[in-house]
Write a new protein. Sequence first.
Length: 115
Amino acid sequence: MTLTIYHNPRCSKSRATLQLLEARGLKPKIVDYLKTPPSAAELKAILKKLGLKSQDILRKSEPRYAELGLQQRVLDDDVLIALMAENPILIERPIVVVGGKAAIGRPPEKILAIL
C-alpha cells in the first residue's frame, strides 16, 4: 500500500511529520505539493479520505488568501478546490494518505491514527 505525504520542506510541521514516518521505518512517497500541486480531482479524492470539506483545509493565514479576497467571498467546494489546485500554498499541510485514509499532520502525531 502506498504511503504519500503532501509535503512542504519549509514547514516545521511538515518536516516533523516526515521525520515521524521515517522514524517508524516508513518510506513515504514525498510530494512537494508547491512544485507538483495536486489536481482538482486529486484534491477531491484527498478530501473524501480526510472526511473534510475544502474550507477545512484552506490556509486562511496565507497572504494569498487575502490577495484573492477569499475572506469576503462565499464559494462552493468546487470553486475552492479549483483555487487550491491553482494556488497550492492555500492547502493545509502536511497531508498523509495511505490507502483509503488520510490525515493532516497538525500536530504530527495525528497521522498515527491512519497507519
